[in-house]
Design a binder for this molecule. Structure first.
Ligand code: AHR
Length: 496
């Protein structure tokens, strides 16, 4: 495959927040995940230091919290102050201890160096509860909620810039589901109150690739929104934990940008595309497994199956290759996508798994490491020619065709061309021939590769099969050279 690269053809500058993350009060993401008081691996505040260290290495830019379905029936005031009264979590049907709340979340964000992003309860909550939360976090000392924050030991405001109204209230199963018309009105009024507290906050609201929902939302509240939120999981494992195999996961890459294209088209049609950016604030190849959440009668029905999310051997090079293709898509659409949040960051389908004595970095963690620490900030509009085709079978067993290679070309801060090149083919290597149209031609390159020994390679406790390796530094390069990418691999090539 040929890639024609002209550094003057700029597609856009990617926002660092396209490498963001999400965490929810679900299963072991918070309790036993990032918050593990009493564990020798935790600090004096109860946060896992090994997790914080791993997240700092990939410079996590933003963390969305507390949900997710959880937030649509949770009240933030239950989880601040010296006395925490447990509540019953009606989304996930477990007791919520409320020992991890707003102040703990902000402290965790400060320790990892990321921006906090709070999703509010537009299910059973009110616009007053949402705006009180902004008062608690962002007012200096005016009013009871800012004074309560100070009383709770936080003199300085938390200065939370990113807020979202609601989570998937378009879904019938969400607590506090709304119609399109109800949603427009709710976001109009809650955004008005939240902005009255702090006009500097950037607001998002739950949306999807649906014209009626989005037109109502944008007509009613578009003037006060900076973002519009969309979510997607491709391998729907909520009820049935039967994983798509490698080939089926490659077939899923054909619909990476299906929602993005529809939403950006609508924003352009409504002339809001310069004002409102897309926040893809929940995405993962794998949907989370939580069967029978509505009707399960025994823990075996609906609680213990959630432990199946923690099987590390299920997160393989299929997840890594898919994740790299998604991040390529986000880079290519960086003029419209300003933030994405991998769902979730720790445990469940996360990039990091925690256990009593340490952590496991799943293959997807290394994809974020390679992209955040390798790829450039400026995305180029490079032209790929002769893209090889890969024939696979989708999850239903039907034949599907997809591209064997997925490429994004960038310029880094030193003016170097850096290419992320993904070979989706499970069996064959494929070559790329970069053609540099600039006057200044590179004469060497270095390569970092994540491939594993097989498409099913994974990492687990005492088992490390998929970690990045150096494919060579300062390798000679001259015009016309073909560079080969191993099968099922994610590669970062930096040209000097
Ligand atoms: O499966 C987890 C859920 O997926 C999140 O709580 C929700 O936001 C999404 O539907």
């Amino acid at each position: 495959m040929k890639i024609r690269i002209d550094s003057s053809r700029v597609a856009g500058k990617r926002d660092p927040m396209i490498y963001g993350h999400f965490i929810e009060h679900f299963h072991r993401q918070i309790y036993g995940g990032i918050f593990d008081p009493g564990n020798p691996l935790s600090d004096e505040d109860g946060f896992r230091l090994d997790v914080i260290d791993a997240l700092k290495k990939i410079r996590m830019p933003v963390l969305r919290w507390p949900g997710g379905c959880f937030v649509s029936a949770w009240h933030w005031k239950d989880a601040v102050g010296p006395e925490r009264v447990p509540s019953f979590d009606k989304a996930w049907r477990v007791e919520e201890p409320n020992t991890f709340g707003t102040d703990e979340f902000i402290a965790f964000c400060r320790k990892t160096g990321c921006a906090p992003y709070i999703c509010t309860n537009a299910g059973s909550g009110s616009n007053e509860e949402m705006s009180d939360w902004v008062e608690y976090c962002n007012l200096k000392n005016e009013g009871q909620w800012a004074k309560l924050r100070i009383k709770n030991g936080n003199t300085a405001p938390h200065a939370v810039k990113y807020w979202s109204i609601g989570n998937e209230n378009y879904l019938g199963g969400e607590i506090g589901a709304k119609s399109a018309a109800e949603w427009g009105r709710l976001v109009c009024e809650s955004s008005k109150m939240m902005k009255r507290v702090d006009p500097s906050i950037e607001l998002s609201a739950a949306a999807l690739a649906d014209l009626d929902w989005n037109i109502n939302l944008l007509r009613s509240a578009g003037e006060r929104l900076s973002w519009i939120s969309i979510h997607q999981y491709w391998d729907g494992l909520w009820q049935n934990n039967t994983y798509a195999d490698y080939e089926a996961c490659m077939a899923f890459t054909n619909t990476l940008d299906s929602q993005v294209r529809k939403v950006r088209g609508l924003l352009e049609a409504m002339e809001l595309d310069k004002k409102i950016r897309i926040s893809f604030d929940e995405w993962n190849l794998r949907g989370w497994h939580h069967p029978n959440v509505d009707k399960g009668l025994t823990p075996e029905d609906y609680l213990t199956p959630r432990d199946l999310n923690d099987e590390n051997s299920r997160y393989t090079m299929a997840d890594a290759v898919f994740t790299a293709c998604f991040l390529n898509m986000a880079n290519r659409n960086c003029d419209s996508i300003g933030m994405t949040n991998f769902a979730p960051v720790v445990n469940t389908r996360g990039i990091i798994f925690t256990h009593e004595k340490g952590i496991v970095l799943r293959p997807t963690y290394h994809v974020f490491d390679m992209y955040v620490n390798g790829l450039g900030e400026t995305v180029l509009d490079a032209l790929s020619e002769d893209i090889p085709v890969l024939n696979v079978r989708d999850k239903e067993g039907n034949p599907a065709e997809t591209s064997a290679l997925d490429i994004v070309t960038t310029l880094d801060g030193e003016g170097r061309i850096v290419i992320a090149a993904v070979n989706k083919d499970p069996a064959r290597k494929h070559g790329i021939r970069p053609e540099f149209l600039d006057e200044k031609k590179p004469r060497s390159y270095s390569m970092r590769t994540l491939e594993g020994k097989s498409p099913d390679s994974c990492n687990d406790i005492g088992r490390t099969e998929a970690v990045p390796t150096s494919g060579g530094a300062d390798l000679d390069y001259k015009a016309g050279d073909e560079i080969f990418l191993p099968p099922h691999s994610v590669n970062i090539l930096q040209f000097n």
